[in-house]
Design a protein around this ligand. Structure first.
Ligand code: SAH
Length: 466
């Protein structure tokens, strides 16, 4: 091991940085974040360093370095970029027995700055001891992607709970068991402990009771329109943490592949010839697994709160006193339209977008169709395949022009995406002739007349220029 990895408590300790450029500035920033009181010695101070002069904890001395500058310092950083000066700084520090870091000269440094992943108070530091700084940064990026942003909040929550935990579990082994449970279900624990959970008026003791009782939690997660790359990072993290994933038909196998190998997958979508779950059964299933201490992800296509019944699940689980978190997803209208190159709003042309359902219980819903026909908003219609003809007729009857452009986006953002173009008057026929199947999104409005992109095997040659 070239260097001993350590974390250094710099709070209110004096630190010296010699140099006034961008690199020196970054070091000053780090030392300040760790609470150090920084003296900067620089002949010329760059703009960034000069601005630091306003920080009361920074002493900016615009003059050449003298050996006496190191006295009383906890650490010294040489970052002038001038080898002779940096060497003089290093020598002065070493003579005074003060650890010194010379930027880009690991060989002559007592200390090196690692690449860091900051989930304060959780910090991951990566170093190759100066052998390959770019590699260290790559590793840092990998770790960065791996660790949820919420880990910091989790660590803070744990810190806050420590006195209460100590009171409650006097025996060290019991205490450790508690913490292991806490971190195994980190999302659940963080939700509960932050008090930012949806458990009403949760306080520390109540949080401890839920965690101590092995209570799990539910995250209602939007999986986006289909392309796995359109998952949010948060959705990905929740999937990787889940003990149980309750999903429906819109969520494809590629997305479920992100689950842990030992996670239990429960399909609750409707399919002919299989038992299909009613909403009440789904609610009970979620509550059952959470109560048994599992971290449950309820995974839904698109966004959970857009035609997804996520709101009902949220209310039910809250009512049972179960911690719930919701993770937004890219809803079909936004994902499918953008991926197909159809702008839902367009300057001077479309100033509003309306999300509608084309069917309720298989029937055209009871909406004010003539208001929608005349609103000028782009209509993004979900679940409209079966009712498309009737729906177009209602809109035209309500005053819409039969020549209004439409797009039908079938399996949007997926490999088998199809984008079809036409007019409102021909919508029903188009869907029949082309045998369009759900899931498909209908876009009605002048923006649908824009060319869009040439999807895999989507637009026919005639439509490309339309
Ligand atoms: N919560 C989901 C919508 C569920 S309703 C969301 O926010 O997207 C189901 C309807 O969504 C489908 O009938 C279809 O109209 C639309 N939809 C979902 N995924 C789609 C996709 N990949 N391509 C086209 N339409 C899609």
């Amino acid at each position: 091991m070239r260097y001993l990895p350590l974390f250094f408590n710099l709070r209110d300790r004096r630190c010296l940085v010699v140099g006034g450029g961008a690199i020196a500035n970054r070091k000053v920033g780090l030392l300040r974040r760790a609470g150090g009181r920084v003296t900067v010695v620089a002949i010329r101070a760059g703009r960034d360093i000069a601005a630091l002069g306003d920080d009361a904890a920074i002493d900016l001395l615009k003059r050449p370095f003298v050996a006496g500058d190191v006295s009383g310092m906890a650490i010294v950083i040489a970052a002038t970029g001038d080898p002779a000066t940096d060497e003089a700084v290093a020598r002065a520090a070493r003579d005074a027995g003060i650890p010194v870091g010379v930027v880009d000269k690991a060989g002559t440094s007592d200390i090196v700055f690692p690449a860091i992943v900051d989930r304060d108070p959780l910090i991951v530091a990566v170093s190759t001891g100066g052998a390959a700084p770019v590699l260290a940064r790559r590793v840092r990026a990998m770790v960065e992607a791996l660790l949820p942003a919420s880990l910091g909040a989790l660590a803070r929550a744990a810190e806050r709970l420590r006195p209460a935990v100590r009171r409650r579990f006097a025996e060290p082994r019991a205490r450790r068991r508690f913490w292991e449970g806490f971190f195994r279900h980190q999302s659940a624990a963080a939700m509960i402990a932050r008090g930012g959970s949806d458990l009403a008026d949760s306080d520390d003791d109540r949080a401890l009771s839920s965690i101590g009782a092995g209570q799990g939690a539910v995250a209602i997660v939007g999986a986006g329109p289909g392309d796995p790359e359109l998952l949010t990072l948060k959705a990905l993290h929740r999937l990787q943490e889940a003990d149980v994933i309750v999903h429906d038909r819109l969520v494809g196998a590629e997305i479920l592949d992100y689950a842990r190998r030992d996670a239990e997958l429960i399909y609750v979508g409707k399919e002919r010839g299989r038992h299909s779950y009613g909403q009440g059964e789904i609610n009970a299933l979620l509550a059952h697994h959470a109560a048994a201490g599992r971290f449950v992800v309820r995974l839904k296509g698109g966004d959970p709160f857009v035609f997804g019944r996520g709101g009902e699940e949220l209310e039910y689980l809250r009512g049972c006193g179960i911690a719930v978190e919701t993770v937004p997803g890219i809803t079909a209208a936004l994902g499918c339209a953008a991926a197909a190159g159809v702008p839902l709003t367009h300057r001077g042309e479309a100033r509003a977008v309306t999300l509608l359902t084309g069917a309720v219980g298989g029937e055209l819903p009871d909406l004010d169709w003539s208001a929608h026909a005349r609103s000028g908003a782009t209509l993004a219609i979900y679940m409209g395949v079966a009712t498309a003809g009737a729906l177009a007729a209602k809109l035209i009857e309500g005053g819409a022009d039969a020549a209004t452009p439409i797009k039908v986006i079938e399996n949007g953002t997926r490999e088998n995406e199809r984008v079809l173009g036409g007019t409102l008057g021909g919508l029903g026929r188009l869907i029949e002739d082309e045998a369009v199947r759900a899931p498909a999104l209908l876009v009605v409005g002048s923006v649908a007349g824009r060319a869009g992109i040439l999807a895999a095997d989507g637009l026919t040659a005639g439509e490309v220029g339309a």
